[in-house]
Write a protein that binds this ligand. Structure first.
Ligand code: TYD
Length: 213
């Protein structure tokens, strides 16, 4: 975990991308592959990986009234602070592989580019919240927002507050993710989310393999 004073034995992998990009499917396939190799795997997500996080998740995704953009950013950061302190860091310290749906890149993309807050400030807020913790690998599943919307429509689940945003919001989010990946090529693996799930999984595993040594 970068920015961490204490060396940790574990491996931390986050998955990012727009809603409907297939993060959960890939997290599941990666978990199976890691378990077959005898690794302890902690599957988790933001928002909502802890008890406090579950409460925060309910506000950010389902509150019916207005949530001011800065309040939304702080809620995600609070969830993240609790998550890293009580779940992610302890898991890494005992040598587990943490496979996590979304992390600070989601805040930079959704609250930064989506809500039009300052991207640097949003990133710094998350880094403060987590004492500088960054994953070893971030897999970005890149998908055109209209293709993503078609997948979500096919799911037939009600949209949450973020999913319900308009297409230009999701186009900004996508562009921000790609920009983040370009700025940190060593941390990111960018994949075309329209590829078959098995091909994506193979690419992820190939990138994870050397991290397990
Ligand atoms: P998501 O993982 O998509 O949950 P689900 O699969 O159940 O829909 O995340 C929920 C939403 O939260 C998603 O629309 C992205 C948004 N989000 C942010 O806006 N900022 C953040 O920092 C995080 C972690 C998520």
């Amino acid at each position: 975990m970068t920015g961490d004073a204490a060396p940790s034995r574990g491996v931390w992998i986050t998955l990012e991308g727009g809603d409907g990009a297939g993060k959960t499917t890939q997290a599941g396939l990666l978990e199976t592959w890691l378990r077959e190799r005898g690794r302890e795997v902690v599957r988790t997500r933001e928002p909502g990986g802890t008890e406090v996080g579950t409460l925060v998740r309910d506000i950010v995704l389902h509150h019916r009234g207005e949530v001011a953009p800065r309040a939304e950013a702080l809620l995600y950061a609070a969830d993240r602070a609790q998550h890293v302190a009580t779940l992610v860091r302890p898991a890494l310290e005992r040598g587990a592989v943490v496979v996590q749906d979304r992390y600070l890149d989601s805040s930079v993309a959704y609250q930064g580019a989506g809500r039009v807050l300052d991207a640097g400030e949003i990133r710094d807020l998350s880094l403060w919240a987590t004492e500088g913790a960054l994953p070893h690998l971030t897999v970005l599943l890149d998908l055109d927002p209209s293709a993503a919307r078609a997948r979500l429509d096919a799911d037939d689940k009600p949209f949450d507050r973020l999913e319900a945003e308009r297409e230009d919001f999701h186009a900004r989010v996508r562009a921000a993710f790609l920009q983040l990946a370009a700025a940190e090529p060593d941390r990111f693996l960018v994949l075309d989310a329209t590829a078959p799930a098995a091909d994506l999984a193979a690419a992820v595993c190939a990138r994870v393999q050397p991290l397990l040594a």
